[in-house]
Design a protein around this ligand. Structure first.
Ligand code: FAD
Ligand code: NAD
Length: 476
């Protein structure tokens, strides 16, 4: 007889491990199946986010930013450092230590919450009278488990260009981009999206000449247009990234130890030579090996597991969450969906509001936003008022030596309800939370304008942006 569980979670990334922990907290007998193995060949929980995504990328961003500060920013403080150099091996070891602590931490959380952790690939085998049989296969060995409820949290995988498969030596996906053992002299990045900008920043600060080749005609089109414009200026003029938009990459060839990338831009064929190429053109939902067909689980035309607003699939008692379903491919979105499905299984009425999921890009300056962009409001014919305030006029930002950027608030013209907040500047990742809370509570810009913000703090820029909506800023 297969071991029986109330809840079987397939996938141990931020969606899956959080769903498993919350289900166990709610009293369900829970198992989490995960197949990720790290570079050392060891099972490692936490999925893309902890192993080869959010956490290691932020570790490298911090290391490289410190290097940048030492070389270019400490002088203004009167701190002289001669001959700063980066030891990439030490930097990578620090990153891996952080990753190992966190992935090991998930194993500890599973033990604490009595979640059964099963290593292997989970595949639906059959629908039974009391739920589903899921087979777990690892290294040729298969065991079956029985789940009354199943949560699919199998995440996403990097998209490759059809003519350039990843080898993680010369053509790199996210895992390869996070593990380069030396600083490439010339680094090509295909796709100027979130990964392209974060990883491009890391290696640029460490000394690479970095060129980003982006297919879309504009830069960072998902962001508010004013933020994208400011970002393009800072990233190209100050950081020294070369960013080409409206580029169609047609080939990547390796010869004599270098990569030759052919592309069309402005109607002309061009070619560029690089030592390494990162391909970051988006990620695809991961349903390979899941056995969806064995039980008739609906997969939509784009390859996502089809779900409703509450992450319910077409099958009774089967839910799907995180990158493998519609919505932003973000760890915090996956985690909140994990909590919500566990609570729904327990008969509670949890819900995740996808309209208020914050986005953060951990460049320098950071970019963060929540809600509608100005261009989307204009296109939709929504009447709004906009208020913007620069970090330049903020004492804390000046003391930090981080004066670039601004906060922009968009509010409904009639009701003053906040519709969107866009930040480019220091600690935008932290500042955006105030906007998320405000929007979840249906706050107006006047509400933020009347709240006391500590002085001197970066949050005062949010306060002034709210005042700016009503054209009554105090400090410009
Ligand atoms: P995943 O994290 O992909 O986890 C899925 C897990 O399921 C994996 O361990 C996989 O091996 C396993 N699995 C798949 N199929 C099976 C199967 N059949 N059986 C068993 N196991 C299976 N998001 C942010 O919010 N902030 C960031 O700063 C951020 N930075 C990122 C940086 C990079 C370089 C990348 C690549 C992504 C980043 N993301 C970030 C996105 C974030 O990593 C994902 O949104 C998040 O990991 C999705 O979580 P998930 O649980 O849905 O899937
Ligand atoms: P992305 O969607 O952010 O960016 C991909 C970029 O590649 C887009 O600008 C797209 O127009 C471009 N592109 C697509 N096809 C192309 C082609 N053939 N040639 C050139 N450019 C092309 O995707 P990503 O950067 O690969 O990241 C994947 C996902 O991971 C993101 O959507 C995001 O959800 C998540 N992520 C989040 C963070 C964060 O939250 N800070 C960091 C990294 C990744």
């Amino acid at each position: 007889m297969p071991q029986a569980f109330d809840v079987v979670v397939i996938g141990g990334g931020p969606g899956g491990y959080v769903a498993a922990i919350r289900a166990a907290q709610l009293g369900f007998k829970t198992a989490c199946i995960d197949n990720f193995k790290n570079a050392a060949g060891k099972p490692s929980l936490g999925g893309t986010c902890l192993n080869v995504g959010c956490i290691p990328s932020k570790a490298l961003l911090e290391s490289s930013e410190n290097f940048e500060r030492v070389r270019h920013k400490f002088g203004a403080h009167g701190i002289a450092v001669t001959q700063a150099r980066i030891d990439v091996a030490t930097m990578l070891a620090r990153k891996q230590k952080i990753v190992d602590q966190f992935t090991g931490g998930i194993a500890g959380l599973f033990r604490k919450n009595k979640v059964a952790s099963l290593h292997g690939t989970g595949a639906f085998k059959a629908k039974t009278s009391d739920g589903y049989t899921v087979e777990v296969t690892d290294a040729g060995k298969t065991e079956a488990v029985q789940g009354k409820h199943v949560v699919v949290a199998t995440g996403s995988v990097p998209r490759a260009l059809p003519f350039a498969p990843f080898d993680n030596d010369a053509i790199l996906d996210n895992a390869g981009a996070l593990a380069l053992s030396e600083v490439p002299k010339r680094l090509g990045v295909i796709g100027a999206g979130v990964i392209g900008l974060e990883m491009g920043s890391v290696w640029r600060r460490l000394g690479s000449e970095v060129t980003l080749l982006e297919a879309l005609p504009g830069f960072l089109q998902a962001a508010d247009e004013a933020v994208a414009k400011e970002a393009l200026k800072v990233f190209t003029r100050e950081l020294g990234l070369v960013i080409r938009t409206g580029v169609q990459v047609t080939r990547i060839e390796q010869s004599a130890g270098q990569m030759s990338v052919g592309f069309a831009a402005e109607g002309k064929d061009e070619q560029a030579e690089f030592d390494r190429v990162i391909v970051a053109v988006g990620r695809a939902p991961n349903t390979a090996g899941l056995g969806a067909e064995a039980v008739g689980l609906d997969i939509d035309a784009r390859g996502f597991v089809a779900v409703d607003a509450h992450c319910r699939t077409n099958l009774a008692n089967v839910f799907a969450i995180g990158d493998v379903v519609r919505g932003p491919m973000l760890a915090h979105k996956a985690m909140e969906e994990g909590v919500a499905v566990a609570e729904r299984i327990a008969g509670q009425a949890a819900h995740v509001n996808l309209d208020h999921v914050p986005w953060v890009i951990y460049t320098s300056p950071e970019i963060a936003w929540v809600g509608r962009t100005e261009q989307s409001l204009r296109e939709a014919g929504v009447r709004y008022r906009a208020g913007q305030f620069p970090f330049m006029a903020n004492g804390r930002a000046r003391a930090l030596g981080e004066p670039a950027g601004f906060v922009k608030m968009l509010a409904d013209e009639q009701t003053d309800r906040i519709l969107g907040v866009h930040i480019i500047g220091p600690f935008a990742s932290e500042l955006i939370s105030e906007a998320v809370v405000a929007m979840e509570f249906d706050a107006s810009s006047e509400d933020i304008a009347r709240i006391v913000h500590a002085h001197p703090s970066l949050a005062e820029v949010m306060h002034e942006a709210a005042l700016a909506v009503d054209k009554r800023t105090l400090h410009i």
